[in-house]
Design a protein around this ligand. Structure first.
Ligand code: FDA
Length: 308
């Protein structure tokens, strides 16, 4: 219930203004976001890669309202890739993009606009020896995002995409994408979706995740198992054995600031682990989705408004 209210709030401009300007918000946001500027992000990346973890960097932004913002977001990714190149980390440092930040929702031309804006980012990533993964937003964007993925993979075959196990359609999408060279990041799903398209019960979402995982781990692609759920991590390790997959032919992924000891434990056990590192000023939507995932986070956030 609280989670659903927060997901509605994640799209409220009035709440965004209130939360973003409240001075007490910052320390709570810092738990999930690696800072507002590129130097903050690069410092976090350096700490993580030094600790044996791989990263994917997200320049925060979504749901933009005019094409100039889409171009600014594209340019921010180009600057990010140029700045990350001297770290020399190649595929250990990749980037994640939200196509709504590249213009996808801007009317009938949004699809083409997003494709045109993301292409140079894929080209820059390829030049830096790394890849781009397309985040998945609400269910209305899935067809467009997967069509853009198909287009991009013709020139940049390492481009990956997120699939969300809560959507009924996802098993079918997994079957289509479990092929040689493909990179699928499997998540449970973080948006408020109607019962007509998505499982509403957490147990059903988890069972669907396992069905999708089985398809991806048995297929020819590179599964990116993006979850903090200990049961799903254990099931992945079991499926790796059954499918004779070695670490690196699949990878675990977790979000910055969440279950950090587990990120390090898996990496020390020889698993490939990638941390999703978000940075930037437009953190409100990302932050409220993290609150919605866990009631304890909301309590932590609300406590910060109380006098010390
Ligand atoms: P679950 O929510 O059941 O959590 C399992 C355990 O993990 C919890 O018990 C808790 O210990 C810990 N945990 C989880 N979330 C936490 C939080 N916010 N704070 C503190 N602890 C927490 N979604 C989407 O719709 N589109 C996308 O593109 C992406 N991209 C993405 C990339 C990566 C790398 C990850 C890891 C996740 C995403 N997600 C996403 C988010 C995803 O859909 C999902 O909402 C979260 O990962 C939480 O689900 P879990 O699988 O971790 O399970």
């Amino acid at each position: 219930m609280l989670g659903r209210m927060l997901l509605t709030a994640s799209r409220s401009d009035r709440l965004r203004d209130f939360v973003a300007t409240a001075p007490v918000t910052r320390p709570v946001v810092d738990r999930f976001v690696a800072g507002e500027g590129l130097p903050d992000a690069l410092a976090a990346v350096r700490d993580l890669t030094d600790a044996g973890l791989d990263v994917t960097i997200d320049h925060l932004g979504e749901d933009i309202t005019d094409p100039a913002q889409a171009e600014a977001n594209r340019d921010a990714y180009l600057a990010l890739l140029a700045a990350a190149a001297p770290l020399g980390a190649g595929p250990r440092v990749e980037v994640s993009v939200k196509l709504s930040a590249f213009g996808q929702a801007l009317g009938p031309d949004g699809h083409e606009l997003a494709l045109a804006n993301v292409r140079p980012v894929c080209a820059a990533a390829a030049k830096a020896g790394t890849t781009v993964t397309l985040d998945m937003e609400d269910h209305t964007t899935v067809d467009s995002t997967l069509a853009i993925l198909d287009e991009l993979r013709k020139d940049y075959p390492g481009t990956g995409a997120v699939l969300q196990s809560y959507l009924f359609r996802t098993e079918e999408d997994c079957r289509r994408l479990a092929v040689e060279g493909s990179r699928v990041r499997l998540v449970k799903g973080a948006y408020r979706e109607p019962a007509s398209v998505a499982h509403q019960d957490r147990r059903e979402v988890d069972l669907a995740y396992v069905r999708c995982l089985k398809i991806l781990m048995a297929g020819g692609g590179h599964p990116m198992v993006a979850t903090h759920d200990p049961r799903l991590i254990a099931i992945t390790l079991d499926l790796a054995l059954r499918n004779e997959r070695v670490p690196g032919s699949y990878e675990f992924q977790m979000l910055y600031g969440i279950r950090e000891p587990e990120q390090r434990r898996l990496a020390e056990a020889g698993e490939q682990v990638r941390v999703y590192v978000p940075f930037g000023t437009d953190w409100y939507g990302y932050f409220t989705r993290r609150l919605a995932e866990r009631p304890a986070n909301v309590a932590f956030f609300l406590r910060s408004f109380l006098p010390a």
